[in-house]
Design a protein around this ligand. Structure first.
Ligand code: NDP
Ligand code: 2IT
Length: 448
């Protein structure tokens, strides 16, 4: 797609001038503006009443120093961030990422996407993202704890259960959320639902750990069913071997697919017998090891150095579940050449915009991240509800709600795409449907 509307072209130029260093954020804003063009043209009040101007400017960017001491007594200083993107439909909500690649740009792009994703869940949550360039890999538990305590010592000033509720993302799982929660409680003397993804013994929700991966498969199955296909009997390629990848693998297998790959930032394993998920969980969740360790006791499996090669493995369904920009044009072309019929995004923006166009032009069914991976944050919102009620639902109750939400998201975005003349373009449908709810709330709340 291309920006043709004069107002939106001008708006995009102003966003570029204001955010000259934020390459990934600019790509995302442009992609969204391109998709919502027909909505903006049909609703002139969105321009007249300043909604578009407000929409492209994040509400608050918080940036701070995070000092911590390693096990040898050496002082390190990282940079911490919280981007509070949009609070039109609820308190800011979104994950915290700990990875050396974290920059303000990456978090602004993620916060912008999160606003639209959270809107699609139908639950009352605004959009945010945060994190730090701290690398948890190779750090001791005590070092991770000291980092998390220092990070929260600044962050606690800006968050709260009715204001901003962070959660996990890359490099942030149950261990980190536990340390962050403990420090928030200590600093504020409040025991409340200020974070999601908590441990089950202190306010966490059953099925939150599984939610993003399971939700991805519920969404994808519904999208496939609509096209007369399903996971059953399909070969599935998954990238990543973290939280999202592991539970995507579990559910895809339960739905009758055969998952043959998993990866990490070093390389990927291919197991023609189907991935032995218990072994992956042992390596990644228990030992915090590397995916290459898998081949030690799986003689039919192979390990290939370099994670981007995973897309050259023949499959029916590809589920990118590692990070942004994993599938470029060359990888998309390999998937197409090998007969892949569906790409559905577990990670945030793993497919670059030109590769999405390539896949769609080749007739590959494409499930966009903000819809396909919304199950994680949706279940986070269910955790917030349970915390407010001081009550816990069973695994089956949460899982059933998650499934309903994911099926609903698919139909909502498919209908939105069709209504605006873009039938089958679920990327555009997700941007349109996500935007409409946020825009209506912003209109109602005036210039603020
Ligand atoms: P984890 O930290 O649990 O796992 C991340 C996985 O991706 C690891 O296997 C990691 O490998 C790999 N990875 C990370 N960065 C890179 C990189 N730069 N290049 C190659 N591989 C990389 O994170 P999650 O599973 O939670 O998150 C994965 C994706 O899903 C992210 O895009 C995240 O934003 C998105 N997401 C997560 C949700 C959640 O609930 N957790 C919800 C919705 C989306 P290695 O160990 O080598 O770093
Ligand atoms: O990208 C995401 O949706 C997440 N990392 C989950 C956010 C959340 O608040 O559960």
């Amino acid at each position: 797609m291309e920006l043709k509307n004069a107002y939106l072209i001008d708006l995009m130029e102003r966003v570029e001038k204001r955010n000259p260093n934020d390459k990934q954020f600019l790509i995302t804003v442009r992609t969204v503006l391109e998709s919502i063009q027909p909505v903006v043209e049909a609703r002139p009040e969105l321009i007249e009443r300043g909604v578009m101007e407000l929409f492209v400017e994040q509400e608050r960017v918080i940036k701070f120093r995070v000092p911590w001491t390693d096990d040898n007594g050496k002082v390190h200083v990282n940079r911490g961030y919280r981007i509070q993107g949009n609070s039109a439909i609820g308190p800011y909500k979104g994950g915290l990422r700990l990875h050396p690649s974290v920059t303000e740009d990456i978090l602004k792009f993620l916060a912008f996407e999160q606003t639209l994703k959270n809107s699609l869940t139908t639950l009352p949550i605004g959009g945010a993202k945060g994190g730090s360039d701290f690398d948890p890999k190779g750090k001791s538990d005590a070092e991770v704890m000291r980092f998390c305590q220092s990070f929260m010592t600044e962050l606690f000033k800006y968050i709260g259960p009715d204001c901003d509720v962070p959660a996990g993302d890359i490099g942030v799982g149950g261990r980190e959320i536990g340390y962050l929660f403990g420090q928030y409680k200590r600093l504020t003397n409040q025991y409340c639902g200020v974070l999601t993804g908590k441990g089950l013994s202190f306010g966490g929700s059953l099925a939150r750990t599984e939610a993003t991966g399971y939700g991805l498969c519920y969404f994808t199955e519904e999208m496939l069913n609509d096209a007369g296909k399903s996971f059953k009997g399909s070969t599935v390629v998954i990238s990543g071997s973290g939280n999202v990848a592991i539970y995507a693998c579990e559910k895809a297998t339960q739905l009758g697919g055969k998952v043959v790959t998993m990866s990490d930032s070093n390389g990927y394993v291919y197991d023609p017998d189907g991935i032995d998920l218990a072994a992956v969980k042992q390596i990644k969740e228990v030992r915090r090891g590397r995916i290459r360790e898998y081949i030690a006791d799986h003689p039919n499996a192979t390990y290939t150095e370099g994670c981007s090669n995973v897309w050259s493995v023949k499959c029916d369904i590809a589920l990118p579940c590692a990070t942004q920009n994993e599938i470029d044009n060359a990888s998309a072309q390999k998937l197409i050449d090998n007969g892949c019929t569906c790409v559905s995004e577990g990670a945030n923006m793993p497919t670059v915009p030109s590769a999405i166009e390539l896949l769609q032009a080749a007739g590959v069914i494409f499930g966009p991240a903000k819809a396909a991976n919304a199950g994680g944050v949706a279940t986070s919102a269910l955790e917030m509800s349970q915390n407010s009620m001081r009550y816990s639902w069973t695994f089956e109750e949460v899982d059933a709600k998650l499934k309903n939400i994911m099926v609903g998201i698919y139909h909502n975005i498919a209908d939105a795409a069709e209504k605006y003349g873009l039938k089958g373009n679920f990327e555009a449908g997700a941007n349109i449907a996500g935007f409409l709810k946020v825009a209506d709330a912003m209109l109602a709340q005036g210039v603020c």
